[in-house]
Design a protein around this ligand. Structure first.
Ligand SMILES: [Ca+2]
Ligand SMILES: [Ca+2]
Length: 303
């Protein structure tokens, strides 16, 4: 008999606390997958919790779910501290809705194929790794390939549009990316081999899905804008499947206000895909500076 938590950070005490629960109920070996910043919703069926309780921390949401054999999944909300427990959950019947205040917990037994959920496959998607410009200077984004002067810049830098008060993500951190002084478009990209953690057979069985999200924006009525594209590649670097895009967000798309707005898209990883290319393009259309901005770029896989 064994009980494991395969993701998330939990005190070692939890391991010992939960073993008696497993023994007492003589349940099978269990594991809990934690899905940060995501709330599941059912695609084709009514999806209501069988029980909702208020707990002070996520740990208690986990223990309540594990203590009840009926509980297949739970959803913990960081603000309301609501712990909703569900008696029915399958990956094929659920879709994951990004919500930075939510954590989804999924219980499965060890005999099942483990689910995949990697928190974020984009390195430094939030601009918080490595240096960022504290003045109107060029600082290339850490961990990204780039073409042109795309810059990792601190919120609040004069001439760099976004600050801590402009509309955008609440978890914006200190820095974001923007186009700086490029005369036309400037880009940054990452190419990542998915098979380091995802079995290619699961991709070819069409059970691996993705969710791509980012906060895109710009300056007032300035038409400079940022767009993102996600392309899947074969082992031979040939494009496979459709390209998924976010943005670019026009001034009208952000109500002509200097801001970052949330965009996301989900889909299925196509058969034959082994790598992905995530490309960010910041395009100057007006004025002397390239005022397209982006922060919190995230790509997640699940099945
Ligand atoms: Ca950031
Ligand atoms: Ca401009």
């Amino acid at each position: 008999m064994m009980l494991k938590i395969i993701a998330g950070k939990f005190p070692l005490l939890l391991f010992y606390t939960l073993i008696p629960l497993a023994i007492q109920q003589d349940i099978r070996s269990l594991r809990i997958s934690t899905i940060p910043n995501g709330q599941f919703s059912c695609i084709n069926t009514t999806c209501l919790p069988y029980s909702t309780i208020i707990v002070s921390k996520i740990l208690y949401c986990q223990t309540n779910c594990l203590a009840n054999i009926q509980c297949q999944a739970a959803h913990f909300h960081r603000i309301t501290h609501q712990c909703q427990m569900f008696s029915y959950f399958t990956w094929s019947s659920a879709s994951m809705v990004p919500d930075m205040n939510s954590i989804t917990l999924v219980v499965s037994d060890d005999t099942r194929v483990p689910s995949i959920w990697i928190p974020n496959w984009i390195y430094n998607g939030d601009g918080e790794t490595g240096p960022c410009a504290t003045n109107y200077d060029l600082v290339h984004p850490t961990g990204w390939n780039y073409d042109g002067p795309i810059t990792q810049v601190q919120y609040g830098v004069s001439n760099a549009n976004q600050n801590m008060m402009t509309p955008g993500p609440s978890d914006r951190g200190k820095c974001h990316f923007y186009g700086f002084n490029s005369t036309s478009a400037t880009t940054m990209w990452q190419i990542v081999d998915m098979t380091t953690l995802i079995d290619p057979a699961r991709i070819n069985n069409q059970i691996v899905r993705f969710n791509l999200s980012a906060w895109l924006g710009g300056y007032a009525r300035d038409e400079d804008a940022t767009g993102i594209s996600l392309t899947f590649l074969t082992q031979a670097n040939q494009t496979v499947g459709n390209t998924t895009t976010l943005g670019p967000v026009s001034p009208a798309g952000r109500n002509n206000v200097t801001s970052l707005v949330y965009r996301q898209s989900s889909g299925q990883v196509p058969i034959g895909a082994r790598l992905f290319k995530l490309l960010v393009t910041v395009t100057r259309a007006a004025g002397s500076t390239n005022d397209g901005d982006v922060d919190n770029i995230a790509l997640r896989f699940y099945c």
